[in-house]
Design a protein around this ligand. Structure first.
Ligand code: APR
Ligand code: ZN
Ligand code: ZN
Length: 365
């Protein structure tokens, strides 16, 4: 079928909104009519060439939701008409990672993504007879997408699809870092470095985990105001005060520090903000080749530092729980959408993300 899509041919280029060919779903795949797709820092990293996550030319977009239009052979869990959230952590179900209960590290999915294809390595997308690559097996900056069945999770029909899209990346990542990766205990003191789409969901993850103090750190006053609405008890303007000293003064050091930005300096600050026995969790994607120097003495104080990919998410367990929390008024998402835009406004939307203007721009069809 022919669908409208935003094609990116190289770093620093504007999106080309064009009609492209989308082949139907093969075995184990589903065709989804895209409803919404958030503009995420990981898309921006590809546009700006900071982290090449897929070969060009590519159809970006991965924080998405939609409605199943057609199912390929062998698909059993989904049927046409199901509202779904699309995800960048599909899983094959039989590689060692999937078998070890770490489906977010599925080897088959990882290989497919690095080649810009679906699980069999091939692409369903083309333009003028030339292959277009998929992005993280989603490619939702298009009217329709073909994705692996395991990369689509059915959601409660009561869930508004533009907000469901946010759950698929920013919320799973930030909230999951708190509840799955760190397992923040009730009454803990928490600091969050960077309050963009991901960090704001670390803040609300910490609130729902019952943290006693949640210190939000950012350089943008609008983001700090939003962090307060989502549950931060204290805010630190990182460009006006030294965040480590400010956190020490407010809390005496924190039990958990989350880095949701991906910079060497904020990783160091997260480490330095810990109290005895504290844990730093690095959620932000670092640039290729980044190295971080840390003061090693606090190891004796049982301080720990570790990484986190995609909130250690298990889709089938976490997505329904997050949807339920939104519908119960416990997870705030309306506040995080700063603007709804169309396919033709993507280049401008990413300009706003680069400039830190607003929390999340969401493409809606
Ligand atoms: N200290 C604290 N916060 C800062 C600083 C700083 N020195 N500099 C910038 N920030 C803030 C920005 O103002 C912004 O609010 O960090 C936030 C980053 O947010 P976004 O750009 O919206 O990024 P987001 O989508 O949340 O992703 C954050 O997680 O998934 C990864 O690739 C992603 O590494 C990225 C990180
Ligand atoms: Zn994302
Ligand atoms: Zn697997």
């Amino acid at each position: 079928m022919r669908v409208k899509a935003a094609v990116l041919t190289g770093t620093g280029r504007p999106f080309e909104v064009d009609e492209v060919e989308l082949a139907g779903p093969k075995a184990g795949e589903v065709l989804v009519k895209v409803a919404a797709s958030g503009l995420c820092a990981s898309d921006l990293n590809v546009i700006d060439g900071k982290r090449g996550l897929a070969p060009f030319p590519v159809v970006l977009g991965h924080e998405a939701s939609g409605v199943v239009a057609e199912t390929g052979p062998g698909v059993t869990r989904l049927k046409a008409g199901d509202p779904v959230l699309l995800s960048i952590v599909p899983s094959c179900g039989h590689c060692p990672s999937c078998g070890n209960g770490r489906p977010n590290y599925c080897a088959v999915a990882g290989e497919a993504m690095s080649r810009g294809g679906l699980f069999d390595g091939t692409s369903r997308l083309s333009r003028g007879g030339r292959r277009l690559n998929h992005f993280l097996t989603v490619s939702s900056f298009a009217e329709y997408a073909v994705v692996p069945e395991s990369g689509a999770v059915r959601v409660d029909p009561a869930m508004p699809l533009d907000r469901a899209a946010l759950i698929s990346c920013a919320v799973l990542t930030g909230y999951g870092a708190v509840h799955n990766t760190a397992r923040v205990r009730h009454g803990s003191r928490v600091a969050v470095f960077g309050c963009g789409g991901v960090g704001l969901n670390v803040v609300q993850g910490a609130r729902t985990a019952g943290a006693s103090r949640i210190v939000a750190v950012d350089v943008n006053p609008d983001k700090l105001r939003l962090a307060e609405r989502l549950g931060a008890t204290d805010v630190v303007h990182a460009d006006r005060q030294d965040p480590v000293a400010a956190i020490d003064e407010l809390t005496g050091g924190v039990d958990y520090a989350f880095e949701a930005l991906g910079r060497e300096q904020t990783v160091q600050q997260a480490w330095q903000s810990l109290d005895v026995g504290g844990e730093a969790v690095i959620v932000g994607l670092m640039r290729h080749g980044a190295t971080v120097t840390l003061d090693a003495n606090p190891f004796v104080d049982e301080k720990r530092i570790g990484g986190c990919y995609f909130g250690s998410a298990h889709l089938l367990r976490d997505v329904p729980a997050l949807v339920e929390r939104y519908l119960a008024g416990d997870l705030l998402l309306d506040e995080i959408i700063s603007r709804r835009i169309g396919l033709d406004d993507l280049t401008e939307g990413f300009g706003r993300l680069r400039a830190g203007d607003g929390a999340r721009n969401v493409l809606v069809f």
